[in-house]
Design a protein around this ligand. Structure first.
Ligand SMILES: [Zn+2]
Length: 532
C-alpha cells in the first residue's frame, strides 16, 4: 500500500499544537467532572455538573478530531512521542474508573455472575462505601479510616476486638465464606487473566525501575524479614497489631485533634517552600455519607501557558479525618505530597500528567514520613515520642503495605490460591500475627478490590521513598523541620517533568545508580521492640 500523502513541517506542528490545546481542555473537563461528582462543590468555574458533562463530551470530540488530523501528518520523533503520551494518558483514564465518581453498581451486584472485570470491581468498591462508611461500633457507626485510626489508640482489648469485628459485614460482602466462588476470588481470577494479557500493576511497577517481578518479590520478602528481625517478641493478635506498634500514636493523640490536621500541614509545607494556599490547593475534608471511601488527590485543572505566562496546575485533596491522630496526620501529609507534586508539573501539554504510579505514591511519602521524626514532632506538635517507638509506628503500617503487596503479587500469579491462607501465612511468618485463617482480615483496603495489584505502589514505593529521602537530605540538608530549598530543588530534580520522564530515569538521575532496598532496610533498623 502507498504511504498516505502527508503534511510536512510547520503545518504538522500547528495541528499538533491544536491537538495539545484540545487535550488540555478535555483533561480540564475530566478534572471538573471528577470534582463535582465527588460532591466537593455544586459548581466549578461557573458550570454545574450537567454543564461540565456536556463540555466533557464536546471537548472529547474536538480532541479526537484534532488527533485524527495529527495522525495524518508527518511528525518529528518528539512530536510522535507527544502523541503517544496523550494516548497513554487517555488509556489510563479509561481503565481507572472504579474508585471515584458516580457508582453504577451497588455492593449486592457483586453476587451476580454476569459482571465483567470492571463491573465486578466497581461493585466491590461499592461494598466499601455501603459497609465501610458505616461500620457498627459502640452503639453507632464509624467509617473504615476512623476504625483503623482507633485500632492504634484504644486501650481496652475488648474494644479493639469490637473494632476489628466491625469489619465483618464488609469482609463477608467481599469474600463470602471464603468459597472459591466468592466475589473477591472471582474478581482476582479476572484480574489475573487481565494481567496475563496486559501485564499487572506489579509488572508495571517492576518495569518502572528496570527490575523483574521476581526481583520485586525478593525485595518485599527482604524488607519483611528486616522488620521481623528488628521486632522480636511474642505472637500478636491481628486486632492488637496496630495498638502494640502504636505507642507513638497514643502518646501524640491529644496533640493532634482533627482541627489541627490542616493547619499543621499548611505550616509544614510552607516551611518546605510549598505554600498550599498560594498554590491554590482545594480541600474537601468534611464527612459526607456518600463520600469516596478512600482519600485521594487529583488534578482539578491542568497547567498551561497563557499569554506568555505559566499557569500552574491546580490540585484538589479529598479525605475524611473526624478523629485526628498521627495515622490521619501521616495520610493527609501524603495527600498534600500529591498536591504539591501536581502544582510543580511544568511540561509541554502532552506530558501534563502524573508520572508512573510507583513514583507518584513513593514521592508523596517523602514528606509524610517526616511526621514520625522526633524533630518534626517537637516543632509542629510541641512534644516528641522516642525515636524507636515512632519509627515502629511508621514502619508497622509500611509493613502492612508490603505484606499486601506480596499478597497481591502471589494472588495474581496463582489466582486459585486461598486468600485467607495466603494472608495468614505472610502475616504470621513476618509480622508474628496469630493465625486466623477463618477471617478475611486482609480485605481492609479499597485498592485490593478496586485496583488489584495497586498496593505494590506503596509496598515497593517505600523502597523509593527511603532512597529519595536520603538523597534529598544529602543534597540540601535535613528537611524534617522545614527547609526552604526543598520544594524548588525537588521540583527541578523530579516533580516538574510530569509524565515526560519515567521512574527509572528520574531515580537514576537522582541517585546516580539504580534503585536498591538498602536505604529502606537501614530505616527499619531504627525501630524498637514492641512495648509489652
Ligand atoms: Zn497516594
Amino acid at each position: 500500500m502507498l504511504a498516505p500523502l502527508t503534511v510536512a513541517g510547520p503545518a504538522a506542528g500547528a495541528s499538533l499544537a491544536a491537538a495539545e490545546s484540545a487535550y488540555l481542555d478535555y483533561l480540564d473537563a475530566i478534572g471538573a467532572v471528577g470534582y463535582l461528582e465527588s460532591g466537593g462543590a455544586r459548581e466549578f468555574r461557573g458550570h454545574d455538573l450537567a454543564a461540565w458533562q456536556v463540555l466533557l463530551k464536546s471537548r472529547r470530540e474536538v480532541f479526537d478530531t484534532a488527533l485524527t488530523q495529527v495522525a495524518g501528518a508527518s511528525l518529528a520523533p518528539g512530536e510522535r512521542d507527544a502523541v503517544t503520551a496523550m494516548r497513554k494518558t487517555l488509556a489510563e483514564l479509561t481503565a481507572d474508573d472504579t474508585t471515584a465518581g458516580e457508582r453504577a453498581y451497588v455492593c449486592a451486584d457483586a453476587q451476580r455472575r454476569d459482571l465483567d472485570y470492571a463491573a465486578l470491581r466497581a461493585a466491590l468498591v461499592s461494598c466499601y462505601v455501603e459497609h465501610g462508611n458505616r461500620l457498627a461500633y459502640d452503639g453507632g457507626t464509624i467509617d473504615r479510616g476512623t476504625a483503623l485510626q482507633l485500632l492504634h489508640v484504644t486501650d481496652d482489648p475488648l474494644r479493639r476486638r469490637a473494632l476489628f469485628d466491625s469489619f465483618l459485614p464488609l469482609w463477608s460482602a467481599l469474600n463470602g465464606r471464603n468459597e472459591p466462588e466468592s466475589p473477591y476470588r472471582r474478581m482476582i481470577a479476572l484480574a489475573a487473566a487481565d494481567a496475563r494479557a496486559h501485564g499487572s500493576q506489579i509488572d508495571a511497577a517492576a518495569q518502572a525501575i528496570g527490575v523483574s517481578t521476581a526481583d520485586v518479590e525478593r525485595w518485599l520478602v527482604q524488607v519483611l524479614e528486616a522488620w521481623r528481625d528488628a521486632n522480636p517478641g511474642p505472637p500478636i493478635e491481628p486486632w492488637d497489631f496496630r495498638y502494640l506498634n502504636g505507642a507513638a500514636n497514643r502518646e501524640l493523640q491529644a496533640l493532634i485533634p482533627a482541627a489541627k490536621l490542616l493547619p499543621v500541614n499548611q505550616r509544614f509545607y510552607a516551611d518546605l517552600g510549598a505554600d498550599l494556599g498560594a498554590l491554590g490547593v482545594v480541600f474537601d475534608l468534611e464527612p459526607r455519607a456518600d463520600k469516596s471511601p478512600l482519600a485521594y488527590s487529583d488534578f482539578l485543572a491542568r497547567g498551561r501557558e497563557r499569554g506568555g505566562t505559566w499557569q500552574r496546575p491546580l490540585a484538589r485533596v479529598l479525605g475524611t479525618y473526624p478523629a485526628g491522630g498521627l495515622f490521619s496526620l501521616n495520610e493527609l501529609v501524603h495527600e498534600n505530597g500529591h498536591a504539591v507534586h501536581v502544582s510543580a508539573i511544568q511540561t509541554p501539554p502532552a506530558y501534563m500528567d502524573w508520572p508512573d504510579t510507583l513514583f507518584t505514591e513513593a514521592f508523596a511519602d517523602v514528606p509524610s514520613w517526616s511526621v514520625h521524626e522526633p524533630a518534626w514532632q517537637r516543632r509542629y506538635l510541641g512534644a516528641a515520642v522516642a525515636e524507636p517507638a515512632s519509627m515502629q509506628a511508621l514502619f508497622a503500617n509500611v509493613m502492612l503495605d508490603v505484606a499486601w503487596s506480596l499478597f497481591e503479587l502471589r494472588m495474581l500469579r496463582e489466582p486459585g490460591t486461598d486468600p485467607n491462607a495466603l494472608w495468614t501465612d505472610i502475616t504470621h511468618r513476618y509480622l508474628r500475627i496469630v493465625p486466623h485463617p477463618e477471617v478475611p482480615w486482609w480485605a481492609m483496603r479499597v485498592q485490593l478490590a478496586g485496583n488489584p495489584g495497586y498496593m505494590v505502589n506503596y509496598g515497593l514505593g517505600a523502597v523509593l521513598t527511603a532512597e529519595m529521602r536520603a538523597a534529598t537530605r544529602a543534597a540540601i540538608g535535613d528537611f524534617d523541620t522545614g527547609n526552604e530549598r526543598w520544594y524548588g530543588w525537588l521540583s527541578a530534580q523530579l516533580l516538574r517533568y510530569g509524565a515526560e520522564r519515567d521512574t527509572r530515569r528520574l531515580m537514576q538521575d537522582l541517585l546516580g545508580r539504580p534503585v536498591a532496598p538498602a536505604a529502606l532496610l537501614d530505616q527499619i533498623k531504627r525501630c524498637g521492640a514492641p512495648a509489652p
